[in-house]
Design a protein around this ligand. Structure first.
Ligand code: SF4
Length: 228
């Protein structure tokens, strides 16, 4: 019987407890060995799988090693170098432009504040949050990707719809020490069990506290539509 706990705080606590148990070692799945590589990988990962990004960055990070390398790169050539990535043309443009800003205004370093990061072309709050968390050990917010968006709505933790509003809504009810890990836990569960189209509610560790469980609810609270 999927029933949400009384308060959003209690629901968050319960969900996190169970997911920590289920996915004890979960973390970012993009490969990188420094902040610049992290920024590039996260920029490439928008609307693209981490798996594909990791495949492409294997050779990319050998060819381009510094901010200057990207700042001086030819956009068309870079676009070809990342040819299997979704929206590679615009991403190549964003990367070259961001690298020029880092070279000219940040001494060739990846900035360490939300404002400076989101001033880079093509870098939104989500990308900035990931870079701050994993590149600078600064946790300023919660990374809301498609999995966090879907699961937090399905689990009755938020009714907001956009990533920005969901982040603002979650921050007061999620303990700050869990901000970073919540994202990875929700991504792991979203990939393994609570998938977009066909969640495996019968085999889900959250079933009894989930108000969207297909076993006894008609509506998917993530989309507001009835289950197929
Ligand atoms: S798999 Fe089903 S029961 Fe589990 S969180 Fe997703 S919708 Fe809820």
């Amino acid at each position: 019987m999927g029933t949400r706990l009384d308060s959003r705080e209690a629901q968050v606590d319960e969900v996190l407890d169970r997911l920590y148990e289920e996915y004890p070692d979960t973390t970012i799945s993009l490969n990188f060995s420094n902040r610049l590589e992290l920024l590039i990988a996260v920029m490439l990962s928008a609307q693209c799988t981490d798996e594909r990004v990791n495949k492409e960055t294997e050779h990319l990070f050998e060819k381009y090693e510094t901010v200057e390398d990207y700042a001086e790169a030819d956009v068309d050539e870079l676009s070809e170098d990342i040819g299997s990535i979704t929206y590679h043309n615009s991403k190549a443009d964003y990367i070259v432009s961001s690298a020029q800003t880092m070279r000219d205004e940040h001494g060739g370093e990846v900035p360490d504040t939300m404002d400076e990061l989101t001033d880079l072309k093509g870098v939104g709050r989500k990308t900035a949050n990931v870079v701050l968390q994993h590149g600078h050990d600064v946790v300023e917010g919660i990374v809301v990707d498609t999995h966090v968006q879907r699961l937090s709505r399905r689990l009755g933790i938020t009714e907001e719809e956009t990533p920005e509003k969901i982040e603002t809504d979650l921050m007061p009810v999620v303990p700050e020490e869990d901000w970073q890990q919540l994202t990875h836990l929700f991504i792991s569960h979203g990939r393994a069990t609570c998938t977009a189209r066909n969640p495996d509610c019968a085999d889900c560790v959250l079933e009894d506290v989930c108000p969207s469980s297909k076993l006894d609810h008609d509506v998917d609270l993530a989309s507001g539509e009835t289950w197929d």
